[in-house]
Design a protein around this ligand. Structure first.
Ligand code: FAD
Ligand code: NAD
Length: 456
């Protein structure tokens, strides 16, 4: 029986453990902080739970338009919200532990180091455990990047892992970094009723996202009272008695009550023994892998954020599953990033799948694009939804759908039709021909597809 040792219990690690066990391997999983990893305990699950409350309050804010008068001081009890966030995260971690137990995975609560490609050591509360193994999967994730001039104190200068200890809503949250993490937290605290300043080093928010989508989000942020500072790079953050001061590289300062650092992630490679074993890192310090998750050392695989491939829970899980299928001789489909669906949980959300506008603009492919604002959608009007659009990219000729963007409330759900189209290489006509409910926001997905119909 093949023995595989998995380091890290996030989606990259635990999904791999479940697949490996199903394929007949003996599986040991070493995790130092808690099953579910950062995904469940500090990153994805907690932030989306916080955003659920923020979304509710944002919706309440539109009640007058729909004819409902609510008291002006409807607000969240942050201590209760954060307690709920942490309880839900722990419950999900416990569920994962149960699934792994049922699948006969041996779990070790400890910190792993590689001795060689065939030996892993786990340092636990009871001492060291030496594990001889046939293969290793590294799924150690990443941690928040901080700067020596902006040291988190867990009280007012915070990483995204620390915000759930707050007992009160920050009066004025300064979010540094306008990538997906920064934009989501800026949106969340704005929705919860805090004053928010978003410090963006680039000329626009969400530099990695569809430019039309980012423009909608920036316009909504500004309309809802957020201060968005473009071309503004944080140099330092310091405590000022009852608040914080962020100093920018051009000397300007911003004062607030709290500061959240969302300036990227660092892969968890330190102390793993990778250099000694010969596992190659890329120029950004991530573990180099191929499309079936192999590292430079035979028998050692890697999955998830530690590889820096596309830092999403879904991609981490897929890389982990692919690694185990490859190791254990099951059919392998190499990772295909061209079909990944993802979502930015701002209000409204931005969901994307397949080719992006930037890839379309830079490629030689002949692509037709249709973009339809939601404002003309009957359901959107009924629900008081004013912002958002549906965009579809299709190959000229056959009309095969190769990508799409939806900006809307719950875009994460609406994108599935386009994700299915991209995954199954459906044509715009097939998407347009499928019935949609009247009235519904998904009617705009079909209508955008219809606009790409060409006379045969
Ligand atoms: C704020 C935020 C929100 C996000 N929201 C989403 C989202 O909505 N959707 C989405 O798809 N993605 C989201 N992401 C990205 C997603 O969280 C990551 O892509 C995902 O966590 C990667 O999973 P992983 O298994 O690689 O690592 P992790 O989930 O980080 O797990 C790695 C685990 O390895 C453990 N570990 C590390 N070193 C060792 C060692 N030496 N020994 C033992 N254990 C070790 C760590 O303790 C950790 O538990 C978000 C990220 C952030 C920062
Ligand atoms: N909903 C989701 O799926 C979700 C949510 C959060 C994060 N993630 C993933 O995690 C990964 C990391 O995203 P992220 O937003 O944490 O990091 P990021 O690296 O994408 O963004 C960090 C931003 O901070 C800026 N920055 C760095 N130093 C700065 C400074 N001194 N002053 C001002 N700005 C500064 C950078 O220019 C960059 O735009 C992404 O791949 C993302 O997709 C996904």
């Amino acid at each position: 029986m093949t023995h595989v040792t998995i380091v890290g219990g996030g989606p990259g690690g635990y999904e791999a453990a479940l697949v490996a066990s199903r394929l007949g391997a003996e599986v040991t999983l070493i995790e130092r902080d808690g099953l579910g990893g950062s995904t469940v305990l500090t990153d994805c699950v907690p932030s989306k739970t916080l955003i659920a409350t923020s979304d509710l309050l944002t919706e309440v804010g539109t009640s007058a338009e729909l004819g409902v008068q609510l008291p002006k001081d409807v607000r969240a009890d942050i201590a209760a919200v954060n307690a709920r966030v942490l309880t839900l995260a722990q419950a999900q971690s416990d569920d994962i532990a149960k699934r792994l137990t049922t699948s006969n995975v041996t779990m070790i609560d400890g910190t792993a180091t590689l001795e060689s490609a065939g030996v892993v050591t786990a340092t636990t509360a009871d001492g060291e455990v030496r594990i001889e193994t046939d293969a290793i999967l590294l799924a150690t994730g990443a941690h928040p990047r901080v700067s020596s001039d902006a040291q988190p104190d867990g009280e007012r200068i915070l990483t995204w892992e620390q915000v759930y200890n707050l007992q009160d809503l920050p009066e004025h949250m300064i979010v540094v970094g306008s990538g997906v993490t920064g934009a989501e937290f800026a949106s969340a605290y704005n929705g919860l009723g805090a004053a928010v300043t978003l410090v963006s080093s680039r000329d626009r928010v969400l530099p990695g996202e569809d430019i039309d989508a980012a423009n909608v989000i920036e316009a909504v942020f500004t309309r809802r009272g957020m201060t968005v500072m473009g071309n503004s790079r944080m140099a330092s953050v310091e405590r000022t008695g009852e608040g914080v001061r962020v100093t920018l590289t051009d000397g300007r300062t911003v004062d607030g009550s709290h500061c959240l650092l969302a300036i990227g992630s660092i892969p968890n490679t330190e102390g793993l023994g990778l250099e000694e074993v010969g596992v190659a890192l890329n120029e950004h310090g991530f573990v180099h892998v191929d499309r079936v998750s192999r590292t430079s050392v035979r028998g050692i695989y890697a999955a998830g954020d530690v590889t820096g491939v596309l830092m999403l829970a879904s991609v981490a899980a897929q890389q982990g599953r692919i690694a185990m299928s490859h190791l254990l001789g099951d059919a392998v489909h190499p990772l295909d990033l061209g079909k990944v669906a993802s979502n930015v949980f701002t209000s409204p959300e931005i969901a994307t799948v397949g080719l992006s506008q930037q890839q379309v603009d830079e490629s030689d492919l002949q692509i037709d694009v249709a973009m339809l604002p939601l404002a003309s959608n009957p359901r959107a009007k009924m629900q008081g939804v004013h912002d958002g659009f549906v965009k579809i990219f299709a190959r000229r000729g056959m009309g095969i759908v190769v990508g799409g963007v939806v900006v809307a409330p719950r875009a994460s759900e609406l994108i599935h039709a386009l994700s299915l189209a991209v995954s199954a290489s459906l044509t715009v006509d097939q998407v347009a021909d499928a019935f949609t409910v009247y009235p519904s926001l998904s009617g705009s997905v079909a209508e955008a597809a219809r606009r790409l119909h060409r006379l045969g």
